[in-house]
Design a protein. Sequence first.
Length: 234
Amino acid sequence: MKRTFSFGLSAISCSQTFCLSVVLQLLLTLSSCAQTRDTTSIQRPTSNTQHWCYPLPGAKVISPYGARGGRSHSGTDLKTKPNDNILAAFDGEVVFSGNYYGYGNLVRIKHANGLETYYSHNSKNLVKQGDHVRAGDVIALTGRTGRATTEHLHFETRINGQHVNSNRFFDHTTHQLRADAFQNTKDGYVAKYAKASKTGKVSKKAKTKTKKAKKNKKAKNSKKSKKKSKNKKK
């Protein structure tokens, strides 16, 4: 007995015993980020890929963000295997691709609203400065260039040039996006944390508010101290 399934524009004709496995395989392929490697050009995600992608599918955290050996670790180290596909986390523009000190081979991608992602220690960069990439594009391969003791991806998130914990944006255990950290727009995900200022400086309004709050606090404290002194005299 044969059955026909329709998925998008294609039709599948198969025996009943194999139909389920074929359909499941297609669903997995079409719903995932780009997984194939091409060392000559950027790989594009499938048409229904979301506007985000976990940068190294299947990875585990080998060194989290924060203090490490008396120094500040500015990113999250993710490990799978040597020369594994590194994927762009969001749509954006490549603003740097090359060797950069302890980072080794580094790819920097600029996204909307002051957010940037760093991908470093790569064995090979597959994109160049000025390239526009989409979430899920294969941009580099995992390696141990620069200051690294094992093949892995150093994944870093920065807002207006300041590094922040990438755990704000991704749950590194489940490899899922933290949707509450973003605004989902028609053009992709925009980080809420990057809203304040393009330069990263505190606005004049914010400064005046803090000044007023400080003055009010001082006035309240002086009133309290006056009351205490009067009570003591009595």
